[in-house]
Design a protein around this ligand. Structure first.
Ligand code: FES
Ligand code: FES
Length: 158
Protein backbone atom coordinates (compact mmCIF):
# COMPACT_ATOMS: atom_id res chain seq x y z
CA UNK A 1 0.00 0.00 0.00
CA UNK A 2 1.43 3.43 -0.85
CA UNK A 3 2.55 5.85 1.84
CA UNK A 4 1.23 9.40 1.76
CA UNK A 5 2.87 12.24 3.64
CA UNK A 6 1.58 15.74 4.32
CA UNK A 7 1.47 18.37 7.04
CA UNK A 8 -1.52 18.25 9.39
CA UNK A 9 -1.97 20.95 12.01
CA UNK A 10 1.72 21.76 12.04
CA UNK A 11 3.03 18.20 12.15
CA UNK A 12 4.23 15.91 9.42
CA UNK A 13 2.05 12.83 9.12
CA UNK A 14 2.43 9.68 7.01
CA UNK A 15 -0.28 7.14 6.31
CA UNK A 16 -0.32 3.87 4.42
CA UNK A 17 -3.51 3.96 2.42
CA UNK A 18 -4.72 3.40 -1.13
CA UNK A 19 -4.35 6.36 -3.50
CA UNK A 20 -8.03 6.89 -4.10
CA UNK A 21 -9.13 7.17 -0.48
CA UNK A 22 -10.41 10.64 0.10
CA UNK A 23 -8.66 12.86 2.54
CA UNK A 24 -11.58 13.28 4.94
CA UNK A 25 -11.49 9.58 5.75
CA UNK A 26 -7.71 9.67 6.13
CA UNK A 27 -7.94 12.58 8.56
CA UNK A 28 -10.87 11.27 10.56
CA UNK A 29 -10.57 7.49 10.51
CA UNK A 30 -6.82 6.91 10.22
CA UNK A 31 -5.40 10.00 11.94
CA UNK A 32 -8.30 10.37 14.41
CA UNK A 33 -8.68 14.10 13.86
CA UNK A 34 -12.45 14.43 13.92
CA UNK A 35 -13.11 18.19 13.78
CA UNK A 36 -13.92 18.07 10.06
CA UNK A 37 -17.38 16.52 9.94
CA UNK A 38 -18.83 14.09 7.41
CA UNK A 39 -22.11 15.30 6.03
CA UNK A 40 -22.52 14.51 2.35
CA UNK A 41 -19.16 13.26 1.07
CA UNK A 42 -19.71 15.01 -2.27
CA UNK A 43 -18.58 18.60 -1.65
CA UNK A 44 -22.06 20.00 -1.08
CA UNK A 45 -22.77 20.46 2.63
CA UNK A 46 -19.34 21.91 3.53
CA UNK A 47 -19.37 20.29 6.99
CA UNK A 48 -15.82 19.05 6.39
CA UNK A 49 -14.38 22.48 5.48
CA UNK A 50 -10.74 22.74 6.45
CA UNK A 51 -7.77 24.71 5.06
CA UNK A 52 -5.08 23.68 2.63
CA UNK A 53 -2.19 26.11 2.48
CA UNK A 54 -4.43 28.71 4.12
CA UNK A 55 -7.40 28.38 1.80
CA UNK A 56 -10.70 26.65 2.36
CA UNK A 57 -11.17 23.23 0.84
CA UNK A 58 -13.31 20.18 1.35
CA UNK A 59 -11.30 17.04 2.09
CA UNK A 60 -14.27 14.77 1.30
CA UNK A 61 -13.69 15.56 -2.37
CA UNK A 62 -9.88 15.22 -2.55
CA UNK A 63 -8.10 11.91 -3.04
CA UNK A 64 -5.11 11.45 -0.79
CA UNK A 65 -2.83 10.89 -3.81
CA UNK A 66 -3.43 14.52 -4.80
CA UNK A 67 -1.97 15.87 -1.54
CA UNK A 68 1.73 16.77 -1.68
CA UNK A 69 4.21 16.31 1.18
CA UNK A 70 4.55 20.09 1.47
CA UNK A 71 0.81 20.76 1.63
CA UNK A 72 -0.27 22.18 4.96
CA UNK A 73 -3.68 20.97 6.00
CA UNK A 74 -5.32 22.72 8.94
CA UNK A 75 -8.46 21.55 10.69
CA UNK A 76 -10.38 23.29 13.46
CA UNK A 77 -8.07 21.53 15.94
CA UNK A 78 -5.08 23.46 14.57
CA UNK A 79 -6.72 26.80 13.89
CA UNK A 80 -5.72 28.55 17.12
CA UNK A 81 -2.10 27.53 16.66
CA UNK A 82 -2.02 29.51 13.42
CA UNK A 83 -2.33 32.67 15.52
CA UNK A 84 -0.35 31.29 18.47
CA UNK A 85 -3.26 31.64 20.87
CA UNK A 86 -5.61 29.43 22.86
CA UNK A 87 -8.47 30.44 20.58
CA UNK A 88 -8.55 31.99 17.14
CA UNK A 89 -10.44 35.34 17.10
CA UNK A 90 -13.17 33.68 15.03
CA UNK A 91 -13.60 30.97 17.64
CA UNK A 92 -13.89 33.63 20.34
CA UNK A 93 -16.48 35.48 18.28
CA UNK A 94 -18.44 32.22 17.95
CA UNK A 95 -18.48 31.89 21.73
CA UNK A 96 -19.36 35.54 22.29
CA UNK A 97 -22.28 35.26 19.87
CA UNK A 98 -23.41 31.89 21.23
CA UNK A 99 -23.60 30.61 17.66
CA UNK A 100 -23.73 26.83 17.97
CA UNK A 101 -26.92 24.87 18.33
CA UNK A 102 -26.35 21.13 17.74
CA UNK A 103 -22.81 22.06 16.72
CA UNK A 104 -22.35 19.57 13.91
CA UNK A 105 -21.73 22.11 11.15
CA UNK A 106 -19.82 24.57 13.27
CA UNK A 107 -16.17 23.50 12.74
CA UNK A 108 -16.73 23.81 9.02
CA UNK A 109 -18.52 27.13 9.47
CA UNK A 110 -15.62 28.60 11.43
CA UNK A 111 -12.99 27.33 9.00
CA UNK A 112 -14.98 28.70 6.07
CA UNK A 113 -15.41 32.04 7.84
CA UNK A 114 -11.69 32.45 8.52
CA UNK A 115 -10.84 31.65 4.91
CA UNK A 116 -13.51 34.05 3.65
CA UNK A 117 -12.13 36.91 5.76
CA UNK A 118 -8.62 36.24 4.44
CA UNK A 119 -9.92 36.10 0.88
CA UNK A 120 -11.75 39.42 1.30
CA UNK A 121 -8.65 41.06 2.72
CA UNK A 122 -6.52 39.75 -0.14
CA UNK A 123 -9.03 41.12 -2.64
CA UNK A 124 -9.47 44.45 -0.83
CA UNK A 125 -13.14 43.76 -0.09
CA UNK A 126 -15.25 44.40 2.99
CA UNK A 127 -16.42 41.42 5.03
CA UNK A 128 -20.03 42.45 4.49
CA UNK A 129 -23.32 40.63 4.01
CA UNK A 130 -22.61 40.04 0.33
CA UNK A 131 -19.28 38.39 1.09
CA UNK A 132 -20.77 36.27 3.87
CA UNK A 133 -23.60 35.12 1.63
CA UNK A 134 -21.03 33.58 -0.69
CA UNK A 135 -20.44 30.91 1.95
CA UNK A 136 -22.25 27.68 1.20
CA UNK A 137 -21.97 25.85 4.49
CA UNK A 138 -25.29 24.25 5.41
CA UNK A 139 -26.63 24.49 8.95
CA UNK A 140 -29.61 22.24 9.61
CA UNK A 141 -30.31 24.17 12.81
CA UNK A 142 -30.59 27.47 10.99
CA UNK A 143 -27.98 29.44 12.93
CA UNK A 144 -27.25 31.64 9.94
CA UNK A 145 -28.06 34.96 11.60
CA UNK A 146 -25.70 34.29 14.50
CA UNK A 147 -23.04 33.04 12.10
CA UNK A 148 -23.29 36.31 10.19
CA UNK A 149 -22.83 38.42 13.33
CA UNK A 150 -19.96 36.26 14.55
CA UNK A 151 -18.09 36.50 11.27
CA UNK A 152 -18.33 40.28 11.32
CA UNK A 153 -17.10 40.38 14.93
CA UNK A 154 -14.34 37.86 14.35
CA UNK A 155 -13.15 39.69 11.27
CA UNK A 156 -12.60 42.83 13.33
CA UNK A 157 -10.09 40.99 15.51
CA UNK A 158 -8.25 39.22 12.69
S1 FES B 1 -18.84 16.16 3.82
FE1 FES B 1 -17.49 17.43 2.69
S2 FES B 1 -18.79 18.86 1.73
FE2 FES B 1 -20.20 17.53 2.74
S1 FES C 1 -25.65 24.01 14.53
FE1 FES C 1 -26.74 22.18 14.01
S2 FES C 1 -26.28 21.90 11.91
FE2 FES C 1 -25.47 23.86 12.35
Amino acid sequence: MPTHTFQLNGEQVSVDVEDDVRLLWVIRDLLKVTGPKYGCGINVCKACTSHINGKAFNPCSVQVKDIRPTDEVTTIEGLADTVKADLHPMQQAWIDNDVAQCGYCQPGQIMAAVAKVKQCRAEGREVDDDAIEELRNICRCGTYNRIREAIKAGAQDM
